[in-house]
Design a protein around this ligand. Structure first.
Ligand code: NAD
Length: 493
C-alpha cells in the first residue's frame, strides 16, 4: 500500500515523488507499505500550512479544542487492537507492549485534553491600588516534532496533544522506521475534526527533519531521539532562537541492595532489561548489585534470561521481539564484541538468532555480561538492544556513585527493604525519573517525563510540565485607577 503525507488537510505525495519502504523487522519479506521520502520543499509547504492555520486555531476556545481531542481519544480506543497489531508489524515489539503504546496515546490524549478546561494561569495582587495582575498561557506558533521509532504512537501523542490543547499548530516527522503508527494517529485527529493545516505530517529521514529544525517560521522544535542527533537539532535551531525541547538517550541502572527482595528484583531486571528488546530510552541496561547477593542474583537471573522466548511479537507466546533494523542489530552485535574485548564475562546470549523462525528478522539472544566495570564502554554507552551489564558494588554509596557515573540521566531504580536507603538513593541519583522496588521503566502519563545531563535540556514531556514546552507565559496588568501609576516608585511612601 502507498501512503501519503498530510499537508493542509490533504493527503499528498512528496513533491519529489520519491518513496521508501517500511518492512516488518520480524519478517523482512513483509512490506508494510511505501511512504513519501519528503524533501525540504515538502517541509516548506507543511510549515506554511501550519503557519496559516495558527491564526484561526489559536482563537478557538481551549475547551472547544479539547472536545476534538476527547473525540480522538475515543476513536483510538475503538481501534486499539488494530493499531497495536500494525505497530507490532512495523516495529516488532510484542503485542502486549504495542497495546500499551496505543493505551499511552489514549491516556495522554484524555489527560491533556482535560487541560482545555484548565490551562490555569495565576492571579496576583498588584503592589498598586486599583490595579489587577495575572499571568496567562499563550500558544507559541508552529511546532515541529521529530520522533523515534521505539514508541511510534505514544511519543507523537506526548508532543501533539499538549501542543494542540495550548493552541499551536504542528508539523510531525515520525521515524522513517515506523511511519504507519504515526499516520494512524494523525488520521484519527483528522477524523475527530482537527481543522486543515493544524496538524501536518511528513514522512522521511534526516533531510526533511533538518528542514523542520531550521525554518524561520518554526517556533518550537520538540525532538526525541539519540543524543548525537539531538545535539545537531539544537545547533541547527539555535540561530533563530527557537524553543528547543530535547529528549535523548539513557544508560539506566537498577541498584540491588543486599536486603532486597531478590525475586522481585529479578523480575524487574528481566522486564527492565529485555522488555521492548532493550530498545527503551529507560531500559535497565545496567544492574548494579551488592556483592553479598551478587552470585545468588546472577545465577537466577541468567537462568531466567536464557528461558526468554524470542520471536515474532504477534505470537502471544513470545516475550522478546526483534531489533528494529539490520543496522540496530549490527550495533548490538558490535557491542557484544566490545564487551568481550574489554574483558567482561559473557554469562549468556551473545549471538544473532538465525534459525528457521528467526532467519527473516533481526533477532538477537538476550545477553548478560557479568564482571563489568564502570569504565567499560558497555557500562557507559547506550546499546539500545537486549544486552544487560552486571556491575558489583559494596555499599549503597558506591552503587549511587557508579549509577551517576555516566553521561546520561534519564531513569534509575533501587531494590531495597530499607526505607532510609530508598530515600537516600531517590535524593542522590541525578536522573529525571526514579523508582523504588520497580524497574527503570513504567512511566505514567500524568507525571513529568525526561532526564538530566545528556538525556535532556531541562524540559519535561508529559504531566502538566508538557504545557510549559508548548506555551509561553504572558503577564497582564490592568490598571483601573484612571491615572498613571508607576511600579516601584508611586507605592514607595
Ligand atoms: P535518531 O536520533 O536516530 O532519530 C530520531 C529522529 O530524528 C528520527 O525521526 C530521524 O529521522 C530524525 N533525524 C535524524 N537525523 C536528523 C537530523 N539531522 N535533523 C533532524 N532530524 C533528524 O533516534 P532513533 O534511533 O529513532 O531512536 C532511538 C533513540 O531515541 C535512543 O537514543 C533513545 O534513547 C532515544 N529515545 C529517547 C526517549 C526519551 O524520552 N528520552 C524516548 C524514546 C527514545
Amino acid at each position: 500500500m502507498n501512503f501519503s503525507n498530510f499537508v493542509g488537510g490533504r493527503w499528498v505525495p512528496s513533491a519529489s515523488a520519491r518513496t521508501f519502504e517500511n518492512r516488518n523487522p520480524a519478517n523482512t519479506d513483509e512490506l508494510i507499505g511505501t511512504f513519501p521520502d519528503s524533501t525540504v520543499a515538502d517541509a516548506e509547504q507543511a510549515i506554511d500550512a501550519a503557519h496559516r492555520a495558527f491564526e484561526s486555531w489559536r482563537l478557538v476556545p481551549a475547551p472547544k479544542r479539547a472536545e476534538i481531542l476527547f473525540k480522538a481519544a475515543r476513536i483510538i480506543a475503538d481501534r486499539k487492537e488494530q493499531f497495536a497489531r500494525d505497530m507490532t508489524r512495523e516495529m516488532g515489539k510484542v503485542l502486549d507492549e504495542t497495546r500499551g503504546d496505543v493505551q499511552e496515546a489514549i491516556d495522554m490524549t484524555y489527560f491533556l485534553a482535560a487541560e482545555g478546561r484548565r490551562l490555569h494561569g495565576q492571579t496576583a495582587p498588584s503592589e498598586l491600588r486599583d490595579k489587577f495582575a495575572m499571568s496567562i498561557r499563550q500558544p507559541i506558533g508552529v511546532c515541529s516534532m521529530i520522533t523515534p521509532w521505539n514508541f511510534p504512537m505514544a511519543i507523537p501523542s506526548w508532543k501533539i496533544i499538549p501542543a494542540l490543547v495550548c493552541g499551536n499548530t504542528v508539523v510531525l516527522k515520525p521515524s522513517e522506521l515506523t511511519p504507519l503508527s504515526a499516520l494512524h494517529f494523525v488520521t484519527v485527529l483528522e477524523e475527530a475534526g482537527v481543522p486543515p493545516g493544524v496538524v501536518n505530517m511528513l514522512t522521511g529521514g534526516p533531510a526533511v527533519g533538518e528542514a523542520l529544525t531550521t525554518h524561520p517560521r518554526v517556533s518550537v522544535v520538540s525532538f526525541t531521539g539519540s543524543t548525537a542527533v539531538g545535539r545537531l537539532v539544537n545547533q541547527n535551531a539555535a540561530p533563530h532562537f527557537k524553543k528547543v525541547h530535547l529528549e535523548m538517550g539513557g544508560k539506566n541502572p537498577i541498584m540491588i541492595m543486599d536486603d532486597a527482595n531478590l525475586e522481585l528484583a529479578l523480575e524487574g531486571c528481566l522486564w527492565g532489561g529485555f522488555g521492548t528488546t532493550g530498545q527503551r530510552c529507560t531500559a535497565a541496561s545496567r544492574v548494579i548489585v551488592h556483592d553479598k547477593v551478587h552470585d545468588r542474583f546472577v545465577d537466577a537471573f541468567v537462568k531466567r534470561v536464557k528461558a526468554l522466548r524470542v520471536g515474532d511479537g504477534l505470537d502471544p507466546a513470545m516475550q522478546v521481539g526483534p531489533s528494529i533494523s539490520e543496522k540496530q542489530l549490527q550495533k548490538v552485535m558490535s557491542y557484544v564484541e566490545i564487551g568481550k574485548q574489554e574483558g567482561a564475562t559473557l554469562a549468556c546470549g551473545g549471538t544473532r538468532l538465525t534459525g528457521r523462525a528467526h532467519a527473516k528478522g533481526f533477532f538477537h539472544e538476550p545477553t548478560v555480561f557479568t564482571g563489568v566495570t564502570r569504565t567499560m564502554r558497555i557500562a557507559r554507552e547506550e546499546i539500545f538492544g537486549p544486552v544487560v551489564s552486571v556491575i558489583t558494588c559494596g555499599s549503597l554509596d558506591e552503587a549511587i556513585e557508579i549509577g551517576n557515573d555516566v553521561d546520561y540521566g534519564l531513569s534509575a531504580s533501587i531494590y531495597t527493604q530499607d526505607i532510609n536507603r530508598a530515600f537516600r538513593a531517590m535524593r542522590d541519583m541525578n536522573t529525571g525519573i526514579f523508582y523504588v522496588n520497580a524497574p527503570t521503566i513504567g512511566a505514567e502519563v500524568h507525571l513529568p517525563f525526561g532526564g538530566t545531563k545528556a538525556t535532556g535540556n531541562g524540559h519535561r514531556e508529559a504531566g502538566l510540565a508538557a504545557l510549559d514546552v508548548f506555551s509561553e507565559w504572558k503577564s497582564v496588568y490592568v490598571d483601573f485607577s484612571g491615572k498613571l501609576q508607576r511600579a516601584q516608585i508611586d507605592n514607595a511612601e
